[in-house]
Ligand binder design. Sequence first.
Ligand SMILES: [Zn+2]
Length: 253
Amino acid sequence: MARILAVHAHPDDIEWLAAGTLALLSRSGHQVAIVTATAGEGGSAAFGPEETGRIRQAEAKDAAALIGADYRCLGFPDLGVFNDDASRRRVTELLRELSPDVVITAAPVDYHPDHEAISLLVRDACFAAPVANYRTGSAAPLGAIPHLYFCDAAAGRDREGRPHGRDFAVDVGDTFALRREMLDRHVSQADWVRKHHAVDDHLAAMEAWARRVGRDFGVTYAEGFRQYRHDPYPRTPHLQALLGDRVLSPPAA
Ligand SMILES: [Zn+2]
């Protein structure tokens, strides 16, 4: 059994980008945890930040429970995630507590500043987690840097609209219905994305995105990933091995 940790910025980001893969892993007996940097307390025009944060954490917990995953929030402010010393120590302590074999996080380029910041924080916390003299809290340093993966950015593009690359995708046809149900637990976001993102139906928009990735790889629904392989991060295809024949190679250029 492997320990899988998915860290993104806001409640519902993982449901948009990687929850079908997490559902496959959970179904195979692996232990899955979903963590968000923030409670997403900016994401409501109907409630104030405290109430919104409470609502959204409860929604995220319900969604994670559908695949038997634990959920927790790191408590950074919405639109206030920065790659600084205190934040890196907080994320490193999380990694030391959960001791994941595989970490999945946001793409380093994305439309939202919190997405880009949590991606950098997680990347650097993976490096820091085994460094014994880097002090964070009570959890013991990791034995090694975990395998690190980035999921797609929203719409697969950076802030200038340029598409980013992918190493592989995962065929999530078998778990897509579950992923959709997970997103549907984020009830508060149906109104919010209509108002703020001009997305009329967030379930339909998410489905269109999963179909779009699937089309690139010749299946109905897929989720895209990139493995971070720079020295001294592990280069072995650990997540790919756990997913077996669900892994799809990119089409030949
Ligand atoms: Zn987000």
